[in-house]
Design a protein around this ligand. Structure first.
Ligand SMILES: *Cc1c(COP(=O)(O)O)cnc(C)c1O
Length: 227
């Protein structure tokens, strides 16, 4: 099936309120242009050294999502153009993002990554810590011009067991609602994004309340890396 057909099939199945981010990591600018010509404007990458040349080479109306583990020393390189950082997994990373954004200055949208999977390799705040951390960050008035905390991101366990996956997604949705309910009014209005679901589990994620899915392989095809 050509890319455009794979894309159309998924777009038709997605409810209109769910944003599709096409994960283009390890795919060439030419392959990204094929998806762009088919109408995609949201792309996700997980390495700064790959994202930067793509940003430079490709049309400027693309929205770039940073979805991978982000080292603090790479923040400076992407902060001027990245649209949404999904993978804020520590207060120190948050602080570096705010510091670099304030130097431009600009306001950067971020998501707090929460660990919901059984695998230890997947990053993020522990579920019990995420709420406290976000409420504390929302008290940092001086940061507000430079960041908007837009919501949460999580990755489910890689398993065939769909009840396990659903359980993890529904716990993240619950946490999202719980945090949102406790946010101050000025933060609540833009806390609106729940990023969960990939090629293998996006349907389950949408059922459990995701409003942003990050889909790579099922649209772009196989990657030339196991990452
Ligand atoms: C690679 C990646 C995806 C997309 O994975 P697919 O299985 O190819 O859809 C989504 N989210 C994150 C954080 C990723 O690293």
């Amino acid at each position: 099936m050509p890319l455009k057909e794979r894309l159309n099939t998924i777009e038709e199945a997605l409810p209109s309120e769910v944003t599709l981010v096409v994960v283009s990591k390890f795919h060439s600018p030419e392959e990204i242009m094929e998806a762009y010509e088919a109408g995609v404007r949201n792309f996700g990458e997980n390495l700064a050294q790959e994202l930067i040349p793509k940003y430079e080479a490709l049309p400027k109306d693309i929205h770039w999502h940073y979805i991978g583990g982000l080292q603090r020393n790479k923040v400076r390189q992407i902060i001027s153009f990245v649209d949404l950082i999904h993978s804020v997994d520590s207060v120190r990373l948050y602080e570096e993002i705010v510091r670099r954004a304030s130097m431009i200055p600009r306001c950067v949208d971020i998501l707090i990554q929460v660990h919901i999977a059984q695998e230890e390799t997947k990053g993020g705040f522990a579920q019990e810590e995420a709420k406290e951390a976000i409420l504390a960050l929302c008290n940092r008035t001086e940061d507000k011009p430079y960041r908007r905390i837009r919501g949460l991101m999580g990755m489910a366990t890689l398993t065939e067991d769909s009840s396990q996956i659903k359980k993890e997604f529904s716990s993240l949705k619950k946490l999202f609602e719980e945090i949102k309910a406790h946010l101050p009014a000025d933060e609540k209005t833009h806390f609106d994004t729940l990023s969960m679901g990939m090629s293998s589990d996006w349907e389950l994620a949408v059922e459990e309340g995701s409003n942003l899915v990050r889909i790579g392989t099922a649209i772009m095809g196989k990657r030339r890396s196991r990452n």
